[in-house]
Write a protein that binds this ligand. Sequence first.
Ligand code: 3PG
Length: 306
Amino acid sequence: MKKILVATEKPFAAVAVEGIRREIEGAGYELALLEKYGSRAELLAAVADAEGLIVRSDIIDREVIDAARELKIIVRAGAGYDNIDLEAARERGIVVENTPGQNSNAVAELAFGMLVMAVRNMYNGTSGSELKGKRLGIQAFGQVGRNIARIAKGFGMEVSAVDPYCPATVMEEAGVKPCGSVAELYRDNNVVSINIPATPETVKSIGYDLLTSMPRNGVVVNTARKEVIDEEGLARALADRSDLKYVADVKPGNADELVERFGDRVFFTPKKMGAQTAEANINAGIAAARQTVAYLRDGVDRFRVN
Ligand code: 3PG
């Protein structure tokens, strides 16, 4: 029987795995499940005879792709596919897809959880501030950015966004003010939410100058990727501006140093957990299973990214 491997170092909720199993086995494929694998060797062995591969942030580089001699499709159950070597997959004729939008509400809700915590001084009991009436700038108006805008309105925030790939009309229809540039976004907003993918253009693109251009008591929340931050610039900005705060679901390499130096002005989740809800796992996991089957059985590659 043809095999579809679900390899998740950070497992889906059990209820999502049940749904994935129903989709895969119901279509006549075998499901192989590799969760919380301790070593890369386990992944290399498990992928050897799989025709389909479903992953989350698991690193699928050339070595893994070379080991997967039968592989036809990789589906990233989630949005960002910077963990997959697209070129290596393309050379082998392997389709790569993601499942856009399926986990974005979960990420957006976590951004607000961290924002409330930040403006309430990490719940340390001192007098904080409110989000209502503040200006929120969203850096990239993709699926997560749009959910953030929707939630921000409930908080009574004024929302603007910048996104070179999104027409201004899409923002305006959502009641969001289009912002002319990334520089303006940081300069003009009390809170900035980072929702850009990690690409050669965005890596290390947010650093000292943007951060220190923010108004007094500025807060930045990053639920995207740690790579988009210039970590040394972040440390300098926090040192020079004792009113700034930075909270992230994607721990920077210098997290320990930042916590030690800046205490309650920074916060990092212990492990990336924005998409870690039963609902997001079900949505993204089942979408990934359906897309994998649709490609293997019918050649449908609607969500192809390579
Ligand atoms: C994504 O790109 O979809 C999010 O960063 C979630 O990633 P995860 O599946 O590793 O939690």
